[in-house]
Write a protein that binds this ligand. Sequence first.
Ligand code: MN
Length: 204
Amino acid sequence: MAFELPPLPYGYDDLAPTIGGDTMRVHHDKHHAGYTRNLNAAIEKHPEFKGLSAEDLLRNLASVPGDIRTAVQNNGGGYVNHALFWEVMSPHGGGTPDGALAAAIDAAFGNFDDFAAQFSRAAMTRFGSGWAWLALDAFGKLVVYSTANQESPYLTNFIPLLGLDVWEHAYYLNYQNRRGDYVAAFWNVVNWDAVAAKWVAATR
Ligand code: MN
């Protein structure tokens, strides 16, 4: 069973003006499709790993054969990171979380605004390509941090809840070099229901 490119849960143009359709088409149909194809090509060389989820491959990267380990880290990471990214955005997003997730964010970061500032700072200070994350760390604690390139939180047994792609391919057509404007606009499309569902699943 090969890894399949998950469809966008909304139309290419539906996140505009935060992220325009031209970016979404290339990002999903070319970049995410490429990570998916390259992950499949890597696993094809070691069929004994077929059937494992991409998350499990990343959690157990040390047991992945050396000749495909880097390919699995980069393309498996790209595969799961982007799948999450599409899920945690919505044309009807924005606002703030409520319920138990809101309480957990307040407990971990003081209040929502301080959390959002910390997340935006993580996105802004990631030099070069990478991701900003809200995640549960290996001890189940809510953390904000960033990773380089396509490094996945699963590599360190973290569970990602909210991710923001800060590779230039994610924003350059809309914002050129203005990453800060992209990060600020991202909050308008965050699907907090999806983030809350991930938090519930991860803390169950
Ligand atoms: Mn990307």
